[in-house]
Design a protein. Structure first.
Length: 192
């Protein structure tokens, strides 16, 4: 077998052995700062959760229960529709703060799922991108009250990045590592 054919055969076998990745669109859109935040996701999350242990015991229990739920695939479910959502701030200025429930909406305009938090003073608007079977990447923009959100890529004060995880047909969450404001990790929880 020629060296060239052997190399092609090896590359083809690697392609089948590696996990499937998104179509590359997210890599074209994500800012260098947000790529860095995702690259440090594991260590940021661990540090934030360590700090959260010093929070109110009842809230720590709620957080532990949320994070202990098994993950399921996104591929077989449709997230479109209305959701109640709440933000959990982990680490940073306070060990742990769990806010009340607000309204969120997921729509599909033909190019994928789009999230809008429609009530509460802190809002987000953004899109999801495939990452693997049990995780998606969220790129969005933070805004306050009814201010028009800036487009993603406008800068660190408004850009948001996170990993989305699904727990069931009626529950999922997004984890935002190193958000610009207040905490080390924001978790946005969704329920039907």
């Amino acid at each position: 077998m020629s060296a060239r054919l052997l190399l092609l055969s090896f590359c083809a076998s690697l392609a089948f052995a590696l996990p499937a990745h998104a179509d590359g669109e997210v890599q074209k859109l994500i800012t260098a700062a947000d790529k860095s935040r995702l690259d440090k996701y594991g260590e940021t999350r661990k540090a934030a959760l360590d700090e959260a242990k010093a929070g109110d015991p009842a809230e720590v229990k709620q957080l532990d229960e949320l994070l202990a739920r098994p993950l399921v695939a996104f591929s077989d479910k449709d997230l479109t529709g209305n959701w109640k959502c709440r933000t959990i701030k982990v680490g940073g200025l306070s060990p742990l703060i769990i806010y009340g429930w607000f309204k969120c909406k997921v729509s599909d305009d033909g190019s994928g799922w789009k999230l809008e938090k429609t009530t509460g003073s802190q809002r987000t608007t953004g899109r999801f991108f495939d990452d693997n079977e049990k995780r998606a990447i969220y790129l969005g923009a933070f805004s306050v009250n009814d201010d028009k959100p800036k487009p993603y890529g406008s800068g660190p004060e408004s850009d948001q990045v996170g990993y989305a995880f699904r727990n069931s047909a009626t529950q999922w969450r997004i984890e935002f590592p190193a958000p610009y404001y207040e905490s080390k990790l924001d978790i946005m929880e969704f329920k039907r």
